[in-house]
Design a protein around this ligand. Structure first.
Ligand SMILES: C[S@@+](CC[C@H](N)C(=O)[O-])C[C@H]1O[C@@H](n2cnc3c(N)ncnc32)[C@H](O)[C@@H]1O
Length: 268
């Protein structure tokens, strides 16, 4: 699929809402039904017992590394209006696509290894989108090389998070997100620390510091980690016995692109 045609159309009249087939429309209506009564979070501790609320599936809960739909729902409903453009540059199984569509937003999803025809093959370090064109970016990149997403050497998850190249790649993604996001609009970025083979890597803090070079932090949310492979009695036993902790949460960083036309530090 030619990604550039999507970028070329952005912000132009023919971009409009993504055309929906009859079955997509049915899913959207059911999805909207599932999400409209979904309470928005009021605190900075988010805990979603299931990947998707109710009986409708957003993304694919079997996908290793899938994002809880509640995270995207909260961001889309809080920071966009119907018709706004939502972009996920590392879309995985398409959770952002399904949530944003169900809520009547326009949405573009990219991934190096697309798993659905409505996800466009693209490296997140070079987005085929014009400057200042996106209303909301959501990013849930690999956290290290713990999951094999694809054999593509450009996959961010081919390097461990202790390697310098890992954070450099995340920064290249952040720069593209910054370029394409409209001023004063929001980025939600999900990330986790790593504890592996006796060594802790504070990837959350490192990523936050990197993002703060480009964006103004609005808040930090802790999202309870559930359904991880390590969430079982054997790993819990090992954690107690060998004196380490299993990761219990992920960070959701909520940041805004500063508006260069407005005096620094002035945000709504
Ligand atoms: C944690 S998963 C995203 C999960 C997704 N939000 C969902 O709900 O299914 C990370 C994704 O990043 C993709 N990825 C890794 N490197 C990439 C790159 N350089 N450009 C675009 N996508 C990349 C992987 O293929 C994987 O699908």
């Amino acid at each position: 699929m030619n990604a550039s045609k999507y970028g070329a159309g952005l912000g132009l009249s023919h971009m409009g809402a993504v055309a929906l087939s009859k079955s997509d429309l049915y899913l959207s209506l059911k999805g909207w039904d599932a999400l409209r009564d979904f309470d928005l979070e009021a605190t900075t501790l988010w805990d979603f017992p299931a990947q998707s609320p109710g009986s409708v599936e957003f993304g694919d809960h079997h996908f290793n590394g899938v994002t809880p739909a509640g995270i995207v729902t909260n961001l889309v409903r809080r920071y966009t209006r119907p018709g706004d453009l939502v972009v996920d540059a590392l879309a995985g199984s398409g959770t952002t696509l399904d949530v944003a569509r169900s809520l009547g937003r326009r949405v573009l999803a990219f991934d190096l290894a697309p798993r659905r025809p409505d996800i466009i093959r693209n490296d997140a370090r070079r987005l085929p989108l014009p400057d200042d064109s996106v209303d909301l970016h959501f990013a849930d990149p690999p956290y290290s090389d713990n999951i094999l997403y694809s054999d593509d050497p450009a996959c961010l998850g081919r390097a461990g998070c202790r390697e310098d190249s890992f954070l450099e790649s995340l920064e290249a993604v952040a720069r593209e997100i910054h370029r394409t996001l409209k001023p004063r609009h929001v980025l939600g970025w999900l990330i986790s620390d790593e504890y592996r083979r006796g060594r802790f890597t504070p990837l959350g803090f490192q990523t936050f510091e990197m993002l703060a070079k480009y964006f103004a932090p609005m808040d930090v949310v802790s999202v309870v980690r559930r359904h991880d492979r390590s969430a079982n009695p054997m790993w819990e036993h090992r954690a107690r016995r060998y004196g380490f902790y299993l990761r219990g949460f992920k960070y959701l960083f909520i940041l805004r692109k500063p508006d260069s036309r407005v005096a620094e530090g002035v945000f709504e």
